[in-house]
Design a protein around this ligand. Structure first.
Ligand code: ADP
Ligand code: MG
Length: 231
């Protein structure tokens, strides 16, 4: 299976190491993982044209190779229901980002469909200086950031490892359905972990990879944000 992504080759040729959300999602999609289709709009007019094609509600995010934490920059607006809300979100994003990161190169905004709510999962990968590539699994938000409720394995992993990684986090019960939240598709999550593992194994140039978050549903899992750093 040839999984060397064209995007990665192009980036290497251009001497770039930080992929934008759109580039990272293309890579992730090539690896067989579901993503929210995401398109770049260079200006408001293009953003509105994309909205017409994909339909409301949409999400707008700042598209800049210099901004990796888009929300912190005021660069993410979700649940936009019509053209008027998109225009306001576009203006607000640009105002906020220009104030916080005046030197950032801005390509425009990414436009994507608003995914319906699901359980937020984080899948990460980094290189341990001693052990090499490591894959991480956790629940989104406070579970990872405050409680450090995560599991790790060395890459490559097998299906059984992926399933164990999911089951051993303390918050596993939340994946089985909590307060009316639909349960998460464990097999789909294990599949995401295995696809990340095999993709990273075949692309040693990947230094860091984050799918944060992946929305887990009862019958699927979809990455709504992706970050990739190359060596
Ligand atoms: P950041 O760069 O700050 O990590 P994200 O792309 O992860 O930006 O967006 C921040 C949050 O917005 C996500 O954690 C998620 O809750 C929500 N979000 C992002 N994209 C979508 C989407 N397509 N549909 C629904 N919610 C989204
Ligand atoms: Mg994110």
């Amino acid at each position: 299976m040839n999984m060397i992504s064209n995007v990665i080759n192009d980036m290497k040729t251009a001497g770039k190491t930080m992929l934008t959300e759109i580039e990272a999602k293309q890579v992730i999609k090539d690896a067989g993982i579901k993503i929210t289709e995401t398109r770049l709009a260079a200006n408001l007019k293009e953003a509105l044209a994309i909205c017409k094609e994909i339909g409301f509600p949409v999400v707008l995010k700042i598209a800049s190779p210099d901004i990796t934490h888009k929300s912190d920059a005021g660069g993410v607006k979700t649940g936009l229901k019509d053209a008027k809300e998109v225009k306001k979100a576009y203006d607000d994003i640009m105002t906020s980002v220009k104030a916080k990161f005046p030197d950032a190169k801005i390509e425009g905004v990414s436009v994507q469909q608003m995914a319906r709510p699901g359980v937020e999962i984080i899948v990460g990968m980094f290189k341990d200086p001693q052990f090499g590539p490591v894959i991480m699994f956790g629940l989104g938000g406070i579970f990872v950031e405050v409680l450090k409720d995560v599991s790790f394995r060395l890459i490559p992993i097998e299906k059984r490892d992926a399933e164990q990684m999911i089951k051993e986090i303390k918050g596993f019960a939340l994946l089985k359905g909590y307060r009316g939240q639909e349960p998460a598709d464990i097999a789909a999550l294990a599949d995401v972990l295995m696809k990340v593992s095999s993709f990273v194994e075949k692309n040693p140039d990947i230094k860091e990879l984050d799918l944060n978050p992946v929305f887990a549903y009862k019958d699927s899992a979809v990455a709504v944000d992706a970050r990739i750093v190359l060596e």
